[in-house]
Design a protein around this ligand. Sequence first.
Ligand SMILES: O=C[C@H](O)[C@H](O)[C@H](O)COP(=O)(O)O
Length: 217
Amino acid sequence: MDQNALKKQVAEAALRYVPEGEVVGVGTGSTANFFIDGLAAMKDRITGAVASSEATAERLRGHGIPVLALNDVDRLPVYVDGADAVNEHREMIKGGGGALTREKIVAAVAREFVCIVDGSKKVKRLGGFPLPVEVIPMARSYVARKLVGLGGRPEYREGFVTDNGNIILDVHNLDIVNPLDLEKTLNNITGVVTNGLFALRPADVVLVGEGGGVSVY
Ligand SMILES: O=C[C@H](O)[C@H](O)[C@H](O)COP(=O)(O)O
């Protein structure tokens, strides 16, 4: 099976986590896109969706799925999203597509976070995938110096602006021994909007698409 087939397989497996008559939180990226396509087939059985990015909102609307503002929703039983890397504690690096801030907000509200990945995303230790950090534009150089001080090598994502009007620094070479501590440390740098570590709010369930089928942990 190629990687896209594995993504589709795992995305379809996540459909059984969608409760009837409820609003669903929907992530961003190629794996989440397969989930949206699957969700279209059951759109009459849900109230609507909250999107974690403009791209996701557009794809949902394209399928005729109502997109609701998070502020108008009083409960969100489930959030389904991909990840760039996930460890055995269900901690993740996210934001390869630059949607980390809205993803973190929707994940914070959701009762259950279902992470959907193909087998290539499973890692022993986070840090191999460069860590995306969303930064207020005027703080770019300041934040970059702080990241260097933490042992990282920040790279400015040229030409990319987030849905929130900010920039992304992708941080290479971080040795992430303790994701929880690093997430808090990065949150404390003035000018940082969000970092792509999801350790304070890890996934509740990880579905992994592999050659032999979908495993759950
Ligand atoms: O900003 C993007 C998101 O965090 C995605 O969930 C992540 O990059 C994984 O995307 P994909 O499913 O395309 O590998």
